[in-house]
Each structure stands twice: as structure tokens, then as C-alpha cells.
Design a protein around this ligand. Structure first.
Ligand SMILES: [Zn+2]
Length: 315
């Protein structure tokens, strides 16, 4: 919930004011998943940290640069004796990539899907429904040094980490990162636990792609897989299944209303998605029921043909 509030604050703030956020009181919490794989939670999105046999580290996402030193301290406490060697970004949003520069300056190679690099380099307007936030181009030093199109495997001291692109999901440059040996997957903001998810439709996101990505993870992951969401506590495949069903049911309802010629305003005033509000819409949360209705409407207004992800084998 705290992460959702921080996100809301960032979206409400101007770019300049966001720079002035006070990170001094932010702590980094580490949750062990295996002996050498942890989930770190600071001020932004959840970070996965794999410590290799050499002591070097692979991170999935980078949180905010202002807490990079606190993250390094947490990594040390978790057994890291070397530098962060790789950072894989799940998507371009600042609460997942702002720390890129700090880790790149420490020698890390930033890795991401091609579309992420383009969006980070150009800046632009993150947006969907009534939520928008304009972000400046990233510092060139924060940009990925390696990009990939659809699939990539990174080996940290021989341990395979599989990176899989799902087209047009939370954004158009999403990576889901699998740790096959640990039965752990980091889904970025395709799966969040603060309520209804945000979908960056300006950034090429679409609920159809989010559903397809969730279904692919559900159908290909071992039953005991632990799922790191973009925000919130570590989850099970059952949690992901419940969330995926919500995405499918709410989408189907909006699609049906659209087919019947109902306007977006009518869907909101009639509280079309009211049955999910108690569970998924926090009182003054980041994505309330009206906003989520807008995000689904925007997603489903686009042609479906563009959103089927190619299914490819992974772990
Ligand atoms: Zn995001």
C-alpha cells in the first residue's frame, strides 16, 4: 500500500517536484526466496537480486537512484561481495529505472527490450485514462547497453536467467524475468498487488497483452513458482490466477458494453465494474474503479490483431 501511495504521489507531482521527494527515510527490505535470490523493496518497484558464486549481482529493476547505496548495503547483507554486474529492466517507468544510472556508473550493464530503450531515450508521456505524467529523456548513461527483441538468456556465474518479452502488456517494452533454478518469476507491473493495475496505453500497453502474458506464465511455470509482482508482496501462481481472472472478467464486461454501444461515461456512472471495487479499488488509490474502466476502454478500443503475443518456449 505504501508503494501505491508513493506512486500516486509521483504521478500527481510535476517532474521537478518529484526530484525533491525525500528518500532519506526510505529503508530497503529484503525478503529471501532462496539462499542467493532475494526480493528487495525500497521506494519504487520490487527488485529481484541474484547473487552469483563470484559475489557479483544481477538485479531485475533498479528502483530510484537516490536509494542505490541503501540497496548496495542490503545486497552486502544478503551475501554479495562484488558489484552489481547486470540490471534487467522490466519496463521503462521511472520507479523501476531511475536507479539505472547509479548502477551503470558502478559498472553494471543495463539490459532491456528494444522498445524500452527507445522510450527511455526519448522521454514522453506515461499515460492511461485520467492518469498522465510527462517524463524527460533519461540520462544517456542510464540507457540499456544491451537490448533484445523477444527472448534472451543471461548467465550469472553459470546460473541461467531467462528474459522474455510480452508485446503490448503494461507497456510495449515489457520483460518478464524467469529464474528457472529457483522457480521464481519477476513479472514487473504486468502483475501488481495494490489493486487494479495501471496500464500505460500511451506507452503501448494493453490489457489484452497483460492477460496473454499472465496466461503464458501460468501455463508454463512449475506449480510451486513464487511470483514477484511489480509492487506488493511475493505471490503464488494462485494469486496470479485470481488476478488474471479479474482482468479477463472486467475486460469481457467492458467489451460487451462497448459492443452494445455504451459510452465510457455511462459505464462509469452505472458502475459497470462495481463488483470488483471492494477488492481492487482503494478509497483514494492509484487506480480507482473509474480509472480502470478508462484503461480497459482505451485498451479494447484498439484493434485486437495487434495484441496477440507470439508464444515461445521458455524454461
Ligand atoms: Zn509501471
Amino acid at each position: 500500500m505504501r508503494a501505491a501511495l508513493i506512486l500516486l504521489m509521483f504521478f500527481a507531482a510535476t517532474g521537478a517536484r518529484a526530484q525533491e521527494q525525500d528518500f532519506s527515510k526510505v529503508g530497503v527490505k529484503s525478503t529471501p526466496l532462496t539462499a542467493n535470490l532475494h526480493m528487495l523493496q525500497g521506494a519504487g518497484g520490487n527488485v529481484a537480486a541474484l547473487v552469483g558464486s563470484s559475489g557479483g549481482v544481477l538485479l531485475v529493476d533498479a528502483d530510484f537512484g537516490a536509494i542505490a547505496d541503501k540497496m548496495r548495503a542490503a545486497l552486502k547483507a544478503d551475501g554479495a561481495s562484488g558489484p552489481v554486474r547486470y540490471v534487467i529492466n522490466t519496463h521503462y517507468h521511472f520507479d523501476h529505472t531511475d536507479g539505472n544510472l547509479a548502477f551503470a556508473q558502478g559498472g553494471a550493464t543495463i539490459i532491456a527490450q528494444t522498445n524500452l530503450r527507445t522510450r527511455l531515450a526519448s522521454g514522453g508521456t506515461i499515460g492511461g485514462g485520467s492518469i498522465t505524467r510527462t517524463v524527460p529523456p533519461a540520462d544517456p548513461g542510464a540507457l540499456p547497453g544491451i537490448t533484445y527483441e523477444s527472448e534472451l538468456t543471461v548467465y550469472l556465474d553459470g546460473t541461467a536467467v531467462r528474459v522474455h518479452h510480452y508485446p503490448r502488456a503494461h507497456t510495449d517494452g515489457d520483460s518478464v524475468v524467469f529464474f528457472p533454478a529457483a522457480h521464481v518469476v519477476h513479472m514487473g507491473d504486468i502483475f501488481v498487488r495494490y489493486g487494479f493495475p495501471f496500464i500505460d496505453t500511451n506507452g503501448g500497453g494493453n490489457v489484452r497483452g497483460m492477460i496473454a502474458a499472465c496466461e503464458d506464465v501460468l501455463s508454463t511455470s512449475p506449480a510451486d513458482t513464487r511470483v514477484i509482482p511489480g509492487h506488493g508482496a511475493v505471490a503464488t501462481l494462485d494469486d496470479l490466477r485470481t488476478y488474471t481472472q479479474m482482468l479477463k472478467d472486467t475486460s469481457a464486461l467492458v467489451a460487451k458494453a462497448m459492443a452494445a454501444g455504451k459510452s465510457l461515461d455511462a459505464m462509469k456512472s452505472e458502475k459497470l465494474l462495481g463488483a470488483w471495487s471492494a477488492r481492487y479499488s482503494p478509497e483514494k488509490g492509484f487506480v480507482n474503479t473509474d480509472t480502470f474502466t478508462e484503461l480497459l476502454y482505451a485498451s479494447l478500443s484498439l484493434p485486437a490483431a495487434r495484441h496477440g503475443p507470439a508464444r515461445r518456449p521458455h524454461p
